[in-house]
Design a protein. Structure first.
Length: 152
């Protein structure tokens, strides 16, 4: 699928930006906790590495939903939101590479969980995942900064 001017990479980044926009929109314009995580996560990814950064989200994603102190509304777990978005995006965009890897392995069943997939990657796959997730998270960061109000 080639688009004029941007080529294949342009098409991928267009799709990625649309996905990131929708995800931030669904997170809510008053979700300053999500904004904070979205701004910090690319740096966390770069400094700590893919495995550690995703393990952080993985550990935090199961925290029970909190109540907003001001409005007594349920607040979505921002770590879970980001983890699921990364998990879905990588599954859809990198599935072909995973199928090839699975055919070469003894166990051809593809793991669906992001953390499990990352732990089974070879060094080339790990770099591909790191680059893909970094690009996605930079889009998420840009949209979160522009769409979500900063807490005062």
């Amino acid at each position: 699928m080639l688009l004029e001017g941007g080529g294949m990479m342009g098409a991928i980044h267009d799709e990625m930006s649309k996905e990131a926009y929708e995800m931030v929109r669904k997170a809510g314009i008053n979700n300053s906790e999500f904004r904070s995580l979205a701004r910090a996560f690319p740096s966390m990814l770069q400094v700590n590495g893919l495995g550690n950064a995703i393990a952080f989200l993985y550990a935090k994603k199961n925290d029970q939903n909190k109540k907003d102190k001001k409005n007594e509304k349920d607040v979505k777990n921002v770590h879970d939101i980001l983890y699921k978005e990364i998990e879905c995006w990588t599954w859809r965009t990198l599935e072909h590479q995973q199928e090839e890897q699975a055919q070469k392995s003894e166990n051809p069943k593809l793991p669906l969980d992001l953390m499990e997939r990352i732990t089974k990657l070879d060094s080339t796959g790990y770099r591909i995942y790191t680059d893909e997730i970094m690009h996605l998270c930079l889009w998420i960061k840009r949209f979160a900064e522009g769409m979500i109000k900063a807490e005062k």
